[in-house]
Design a protein around this ligand. Sequence first.
Ligand code: AHG
Ligand code: MN
Ligand code: MN
Length: 333
Amino acid sequence: MLDTTSLKQYLMQCERDGKGIDLEFIALIDDIAGACREIHLGVNHGAILGVLGSAGSENVQGETQKKLDVLSNDYFIKHCQWGGQLAGMASEEEDDVYEIPAKYPRGKYLMYFDPLDGSSNIDVNITVGSIFSIVKAPEGVTDPKLPDYLIKGTEQVCGGFCLYGPSTMMVITIGDGVHGFTLHPGTGEFLLTNPNMKIPEDTKEFAVNMSNHRFWEEPVQRYVDECLKGTSGTREKDFNMRWVASMVAEVYRILTRGGIFMYPKDNKDPNKPGKLRLMYEANPMSYIVEQAGGLSTTGRERILEVQPDDIHQRVPVILGSKNEVQRVIDYHK
Ligand code: AHG
Ligand code: MN
Ligand code: MN
């Protein structure tokens, strides 16, 4: 019979067991779950609700916003700003840090989020997700400004994502392993279906956007070329490849059956040392991957130890099965 532990029950048990979280934090996760439920409904109803297509606007990073990017951002803000747990938020879709309106109380946490990840997939009906990262605001700061947000990933209290796929799932870590909860579409509860997710140390599957091959650095070209040579090359085994173009879907697959995911440094645009954003994509995913026994690196540095200099900073990302990621790190040496 299905273990019907809900997300809230799991968190309450962690609080009782002294795993470093408090009721304020649990209330925040409950609000995030509320935002994700609304995004789930938008994603699921798609054209029926008229939520597909472009919003006709650009975010601060020059990317065209989809209607659902904007809506998902609004849902996160609506659900998470009122409860008094947050000192402030930073979102992919907000140019600057988001100040909690004066009418609401402020709390001790900061949240960074990507309201809709993989949004180029929304109009073609492929899995998308939301990603979030929670830290404690610097001591005594109730009105955080940009410099207060520039906190390393090692300080995260929680990393999580919600995946809107064939089923909707919330995956989180509070530093006590990685646990997956499936949304019951009838009751709206997230139920613990995938406790203690672990990434196999070895894999024969890689995920990378091959069209960027000529822009990569030599170590990544070498690694991928060796995978492509399969049994006829030095690796002496054949590899499989996947590229969903939704980081949430790739990370979930890796949590389930292993693999390596790369959005490495490239020289396509000298102003962008990678595509993915450190604070609301790479950091929470790296926390999850490490907690599941994998590794996450820029190739030269552990992602969780990168000192942020901007909330929208980009970073090269190589993560997944330990032995494969270690090989890519070694190739960078
Ligand atoms: P977002 O939709 O939040 O901008 O993020 C998309 C990201 C990530 O999820 C994915 O791995 C990558 O962009 C896909 O990039 P390409 O289209 O260059 O393959
Ligand atoms: Mn994203
Ligand atoms: Mn996004």
